[in-house]
Design a protein around this ligand. Structure first.
Ligand SMILES: C[S@@+](CC[C@H](N)C(=O)[O-])C[C@H]1O[C@@H](n2cnc3c(N)ncnc32)[C@H](O)[C@@H]1O
Length: 232
């Protein structure tokens, strides 16, 4: 991993913002991911994220924390938060922004236990493929304190496969429609391709039930997106 995501966060944090990250997928063209969005304050966050932050309590883990925006909001409220990310640049930025407990670590390497685990900005993306969902959910379950909760957002992206006549065009031999190849570039450098998973609520629910977890829809957004609460 070249950590272009982290490089972009560092540039923005250090006052060197000139261009945005460019993302695309196997089913969509280039799209800008504006760097200021990755530094959003509570008032600029989507309602689903605000909802998740308001429900966060106890000892909290922010998984895939990015620049630490969610962590900082909760930390400022006096809550105890640990922020983890696999991007070195992201963790450096978190520390520069004042996150007290930020660690360069992947979710599967985390071993402490928490009352609230946050996975926000399409949290299911971190699972990468449908095949890996059960391993990630089982691991998340092991990180929950008694009465703990996992707050996670995602989208049902079936709408991306609708043609002008309202027909669904996906190749029937293809993998699950939310399993995408994700490409990222920054300042003309290309990141190694990665997998990114959008899980519709029903599939998340089924996967949770299969590993002995409950899953509840807390809120739906304006564009096929939702916030779910997972618990034992
Ligand atoms: C879409 S960004 C979201 C960043 C932040 N949560 C936000 O809302 O601004 C996803 C983040 O997850 C991190 N990530 C990806 N896979 C991860 C893993 N297995 N464990 C921890 N973090 C991961 C990426 O490096 C990236 O910072």
């Amino acid at each position: 991993m070249k950590d272009l995501f982290g490089k972009a966060l560092l540039d923005y944090q250090n006052g060197n913002y000139t261009v945005d990250l460019i993302t695309s997928t196997n089913i969509s063209d280039d799209d800008a991911l504006p760097l200021p969005y990755l530094f959003r304050s509570f008032k600029d966050m989507p309602k689903l994220e605000q909802h998740a932050l308001k429900l966060s309590k106890g000892n909290i883990l922010d998984v895939g924390c990015g620049s630490g925006s969610h962590t900082l909001y909760l930390q400022d409220k006096g809550l105890q938060v640990k922020a983890i990310d696999i991007s070195e640049g992201a963790i450096t930025v978190c520390k520069q922004r004042g996150v007290l407990n930020a660690e360069l670590k992947g979710l599967l390497d985390e071993t402490e236990t928490f009352d609230t685990i946050l996975l926000l900005m399409n949290g299911t993306g971190i699972f990468q493929t449908v095949k890996q969902v059960s391993a990630y959910l089982t691991h998340l379950k092991s990180l929950l304190n008694t009465n703990g909760q996992i707050l996670i957002d995602s989208s049902d992206i079936q709408y991306m496969y609708l043609d002008e006549d309202g027909g669904f065009w996906q190749d029937i031999n293809a993998n699950y429609y939310g399993e995408l190849d994700y490409f990222l570039s920054y300042k003309n450098e290309k990141e190694d391709p990665m997998k990114w998973l959008y899980l519709d609520f029903n599939l998340l629910l089924t996967a949770c039930q299969a590993v002995g977890l409950k899953c509840e829809m807390l809120a739906e957004g304006e564009h096929y997106d939702y916030l779910a609460k997972i618990s034992v």
